[in-house]
Design a protein around this ligand. Sequence first.
Ligand SMILES: [Zn+2]
Length: 405
Amino acid sequence: MAATDRGDLTRTAILALLGTVGPLSRSEIARELDVSPATVTQLTKELIGHGMLEELDLKPSRGGRPAQRLGLVGSAGRALGVKVTADHLVLVDVRLDGEVLGSWERPHDPAAPDALEHLADAVESVVREVPGVPPLLGVGVGVPGNVDDQAVGTVNAPTLGWQAMPVGERLRRRLHLPVLVENDVNALAAAERLYGRGRTHSDFLVLTIGRGVGAAIVADGRVYRGARGGAGEFGHLPVDPEGPPCGCGARGCLEAFVGSAGLLAAARAKRGLARADASDPLGAVAALGRAAAGGEQAAREVFAEAGAILGRAAAGLINVVDPEVVVVLGEGTADWPLWRAGFEPALRAQLYPGRRDIAVEVESWDDTSWAQGAAALVLATPFDSAGAAGEQGRLVRARLIGATP
Ligand SMILES: [Zn+2]
């Protein structure tokens, strides 16, 4: 390997380290990466010159002189994140350090024959609105389905009616920008790697509840994608062969019980609850949550029973994967206190001895959280020494270095 290749790898490793654990001193970087202090001094000088790192406060030390800490420059780049849902798009403009600069919502019909052209129109219109400084590094797209490869971006998503849709190819042709496409829950896990639990944990699970149910498995610091990008389809864990039909074509999947449609069906089956509006399942679940919070016993039971089913399934996944921590995200977390009543006892009873005290953390959620995850696909690539973003990731890195003086 040529010395410059080694230098490139070490530069990427330095960015990856600071991007995932936060500011560190030069000697801490040298120790963490097991390279010489002289190499770290030289490479960080170059990165500061490129405008990607900056010198921060002095960290007090016991004896000796205080160490100057280095951190990423949050304004060195920005990315656009796009979340595709069954009826609209959410777009966000996010800085390298995770700060959200703007957000947009656009109507979208994924079943329309020209859905991809419409998607490209919507993204292109926002790209034109985004200022040129800091430079736009690329576009990340999160979809509720399977993606062959982030850098290719061919999508299979039954809930959108998409089969082998060339989302990445079409967007790249229209936008002339790097485009990364990923399953939306895996994209959330990428954001957790960059800004959340991934800073302190290398093995964790992300579970999402809402319209659907999903999971992302982060093992050894990487999102585990499986052979075809289909890993983590937790919503289709078989729960009961006699259960309700599922959108995937099977029967009795976890999602058929605890996704928003499953919750509403359970609510209808209980006496005294009105028929829910099928056109707005999330709104109907929110109304059910308000009734439960207001003390309606039947509504409380719906959430607690769903929580118990989810808890048992989650215990199975935790027993298989052995994560350090579980993070729960998604629209459904607004009602988490109601879910927890059933979730906690069911989960703890089913966990393998030695794992029964695993932490389950529920994070704040808003309408742009999915799209922020999609933007993190792009923003994570400069720090990704494993190269999960492939050729598109190389183009993102080139834009980051090339666009700074
Ligand atoms: Zn299913």
